[in-house]
Design a protein around this ligand. Structure first.
Ligand SMILES: Cc1cc2nc3c(=O)[nH]c(=O)nc-3n(C[C@H](O)[C@H](O)[C@H](O)COP(=O)(O)O)c2cc1C
Length: 414
């Protein structure tokens, strides 16, 4: 069995950029930016606050190889949640955004991590509380999930699809100038790009639907628009994609294998594998055989990794111990190991694992149902944002107590 020393080795991307080690903090919606419910005040949505920057100061100290900021909608009308960050070319110019986001890049990179920012569009998974009629590839409505309801979506016109491509490219330019090392397209978990990829949700009969060529067209258009907007090859284009949707008729393991090959050919340097959607959540083991290896999607990684030569493969979901992470890398199942939930309770966990001061994450949310694990993590992120000690929210009672003691609602406004 591999020891944790393998976790101390740098990862060199094709373009020459080096992450100090093969760990990755996966994107988590922080919900610490400014917000206005008023649709005439979209320009008040999504500006970084002191709390948002403080959170990344905490992670920046943690010796994480790659920090993925998440989740940054490119359209203020269709965020994943209230208080998301946002970069939307229709509401502010590049210079304002660069100025606002530079401190978060500096905070994240303070100790040598590389920083990639996740850009998103929630599509039909924008809750009814935010918009009555969301948009999607077609008009297939998302069933109520995660304590939210969703309106019946309106299919995007081709002109609107082109606009979305432009939105991602604008966000990439902003991020590059603000100091990010790369951009990650969120094409997993049932968000808009994942809606396009899914034959169950994408019923279009035009160039953006049908076979995988059509269903993935928007993604490849975004990739080439980003490369045009940011010609510097050192700026990494990354993607988070499902290994499978785990839904009848959805995007499956064969699709993800084929997509990985095509993404590499298109110049994507980092592919992060995840799985599931709001309707079919997959942040748990789907098979007995993965439990020992901790990682939920490792068997998909095993199939995909041998087909990649220049792109790095990350896999996220379930990793908790340095031994399982080291094993995944030593066995070449993946190049990079991602983690999310453990890092809200222990922002310096990676450092402790690398120095062998700890062997595994403290299970901070083991007994929580999925709908509570996310608010629990969001609450811990808000505490980090306020420079407060992080509470133990490992039980349902703990979450309720913490909420009644102040909750995650009061945050700084820009
Ligand atoms: C609070 C919270 C917010 C999340 N937000 C995002 C997000 O914005 N984008 C994303 O790709 N994944 C998001 N995820 C999923 C995580 O990145 C990760 O894929 C998932 O939690 C499984 O990894 P883990 O077992 O290490 O937590 C979120 C997860 C949590 C707990």
């Amino acid at each position: 069995m591999a020891g944790p020393e393998i976790l101390n080795k740098p990862v060199e991307f094709r373009s020459g950029l080096k992450a100090p080690n093969p760990t990755l903090k996966s994107a988590m919606t922080e919900r610490l930016c400014t917000w206005s419910d008023d649709p005439s005040e979209f320009n008040k949505r999504g500006w970084p606050t002191e709390a948002y920057i403080n959170l990344y100061k905490a992670w920046g100290k943690g010796e994480i190889g790659t920090i993925v900021l998440g989740n940054i909608p490119c359209d203020a009308r269709y965020p994943e949640a209230k208080r998301n960050a946002c970069i939307d070319y229709t509401i502010a110019g590049k210079d304002d955004y660069v100025k606002a986001y530079r401190p978060v890049m500096e905070a994240s990179k303070a100790n040598g991590s590389i920083v990639i920012a996740q850009v998103t569009h929630a599509g039909r998974q924008t809750s009814e509380e935010i918009v009555d009629v969301p948009v999607s590839a077609s008009d297939v409505q998302c069933a109520p999930a995660m304590g939210m309801k969703f309106g019946k979506p309106r299919p995007l016109t081709v002109e609107e699809i082109k606009d979305i491509v432009k939105r991602f490219a604008f966000a990439a330019e902003v991020l590059y100038e603000a100091g990010a090392d790369g951009i990650q397209l969120h094409a997993a978990h049932g968000y808009l790009l994942s809606q396009f990829l899914s034959p169950r949700i994408n019923k279009r009969t035009d160039a953006y639907g049908g076979d995988l060529d059509g269903r993935s067209r928007i993604i490849f258009e975004i990739i080439s628009a980003i490369r045009q907007a940011v010609p510097d090859e050192r700026f990494i284009i990354a993607i988070k994609v499902n290994s499978a949707d785990f839904a009848e008729g959805g995007f499956d393991g064969d699709d993800s294998m084929e997509m990985a090959k095509r993404l590499e050919r298109a110049g994507v340097e980092l592919i992060e594998l995840s799985g599931g959607t709001y309707e079919s959540r997959a942040f748990e083991h789907k098979k007995e055989s993965t439990i020992k290896r901790e990682s939920f999607f490792i068997e998909f990684a095993d199939r995909i990794r041998p087909h990649l030569t220049t792109a790095k493969l990350a896999v996220t979901g379930g990793f908790r111990s340095s031994s399982a992470m080291a094993q995944a890398i030593a066995e070449r199942s993946c190049d990079i190991v991602g983690m999310a939930r453990p890092l809200t309770g222990e922002p310096e966990l990676v450092k402790a694992l690398l120095e062998a001061k700890s062997q595994r994450a403290i299970e901070t949310h083991p007994s929580l149902p999925a709908e509570l694990a996310i608010p629990a993590c969001v609450f811990q992120m808000s505490q980090l944002g306020r420079n407060e000690p992080v509470s133990n929210v490992g039980t349902e009672q703990g979450v309720q107590e913490d909420r009644s003691e102040g909750g995650s609602e009061e945050m700084d406004e820009k």
